[in-house]
Design a binder for this molecule. Structure first.
Ligand SMILES: NC(=O)C1=CN([C@@H]2O[C@H](COP(=O)(O)OP(=O)(O)OC[C@H]3O[C@@H](n4cnc5c(N)ncnc54)[C@H](OP(=O)(O)O)[C@@H]3O)[C@@H](O)[C@H]2O)C=CC1
Ligand SMILES: CC(=O)N[C@@H](CCC(=O)OP(=O)(O)O)C(=O)O
Length: 344
């Protein structure tokens, strides 16, 4: 078995890594960190994992003990991975970072949106952005992968076929996105309380959300022409799930969008293009690494409307991180990720 570590094992994405890796045939979690819960068994903190994590126990994060692992996931807030990554990589440990430390290639942009200097620009320069449907070969050669954010995964997968084929006006793209509350993490916050987030819905981050530069960076790589995006995230009263509705003006209204999407994603293990006319729902991907996409033309005949659903904790975070690790280790990309969705 390949030994892996998880830094940030008490968070939502850390817990989801544990759940998914319990079914992985070739990977075993041997190190699990938490500063607050050090000394506690994982299954005491997460009763749903009783019987799946053996005597795995939280310990404080420490480079020496993590160096026993072949790979380490960082399921930590921004800033924690870049503090430890250079030493781990130098010792031959592969890293998948679920935070944003290795997503934005421009260090000035990183500072602007995350409010901190990047502490290892050299390592950032060699890091690969972990969207397998775009970067599979580079990921398989990488020592460190920046796992995409949840909204950015859904928006980039939705626009990808249109931009690669140059079929839309890339300067007028709109992404109207809805997220469940687990997207905000497990840390206690007033905005995540049941009484604040249930039975209501609201937009946030309209003048600028930190996923905007990440999405724009990715869309620019797909397009030959300048890209301009309006990104509107919303918090919705569900626990898991992202629903992104994307709008783009078609250059040629006669294009067969269904054929385009089916052809671009044929053979992709985790992207499911729905039959023409369908409207996917978040519940249909809950707990799974699947991204479901439906593509429509608006009645004006000139606008492509793309509907994308993912589970923010799986394809939007931990499932995609395992998909990336599989590629980095030369394993079948789908190992450990076959479980069907949980609906209802
Ligand atoms: N939730 C989601 O849907 C998604 C989250 N992400 C990203 O993944 C990362 C983890 O998210 P999530 O699981 O929601 O976060 P949580 O807030 O739920 O968990 C954070 C974890 O990190 C640990 N931690 C906090 N600070 C440090 C530190 N300085 N050094 C080491 N460990 C630390 C915490 O444990 P302790 O304090 O005990 O050490 C805890 O286990 C974040 O960067 C997030 O932005 C990405 C995509 C989707
Ligand atoms: C609902 C909600 O609050 N979602 C988070 C984004 C999810 C996430 O964790 O993104 P990063 O990996 O880039 O931090 C937010 O809008 O800040």
């Amino acid at each position: 078995m390949i030994k892996v570590g998880i830094v940030g094992g008490t968070g939502y994405t850390g817990a989801e890594l544990l759940r998914l890796l319990a079914q992985h045939p070739q990977v075993q979690v041997t190190k699990l960190t938490s500063r607050k819960e050090a000394g506690l068994r994982a299954d005491q903190h997460f009763p749903h994992l009783r019987g799946y994590t053996g005597d795995l126990t939280f310990s404080v994060p420490d480079v020496d003990s993590l160096s026993d692992c072949q790979a380490v996931f960082f399921a930590t807030p921004h800033g924690a991975c870049m503090a430890m990554a250079p030493e781990l990589v130098a010792r031959g440990v592969k890293i998948v970072d679920l935070s944003a430390d290795f997503r934005l290639q421009d260090t000035a942009e990183f500072k602007r949106w995350y409010g901190m200097d990047h502490s290892c620009p050299d390592l950032l320069a060699e890091a690969v952005y972990g969207l397998p449907e775009v970067n599979r070969v580079d990921i398989s050669r990488a020592r460190i992968v920046g796992n995409p954010g949840c909204y950015p995964t859904s928006v980039q997968l939705g626009f990808l076929p249109l931009l690669e084929a140059g079929l839309v006006d890339a300067e007028h793209l709109i992404a109207d996105c809805k997220s469940g509350v687990s997207g905000a993490g497990r840390e206690a916050r007033i905005g995540s309380l049941f009484g604040e987030a249930a039975d209501t819905m609201k937009a946030y981050g309209i003048p600028g959300h930190r996923h905007w530069p990440e999405i724009t960076q990715g869309l620019r790589r797909m397009s030959d022409t300048p890209v301009s995006l309006v990104f509107s995230p919303h918090l919705t009263p569900m626990i898991r799930g992202i629903h992104s509705t994307l709008y783009a003006r078609l250059k040629d209204p006669s294009v067969d969008l269904q054929a385009l999407y089916e052809s671009r994603y044929r053979g992709e293990p985790f992207v499911d293009v729905m039959p023409a006319g369908e409207h996917p729902e978040t519940r249909s991907v809950r707990g799974s690494n699947r991204c479901r996409i439906a593509v429509h033309k608006a009645p004006d005949g000139k606008t492509a409307v793309v509907l994308v659903v993912i589970d923010n904790l799986v394809k939007g975070a931990s499932g995609q991180a395992i998909q990336n690790l599989n590629l980095m280790l030369g394993l079948d990309e789908s190992l450990g990720l076959d479980a069907p969705p949980l609906s209802p």
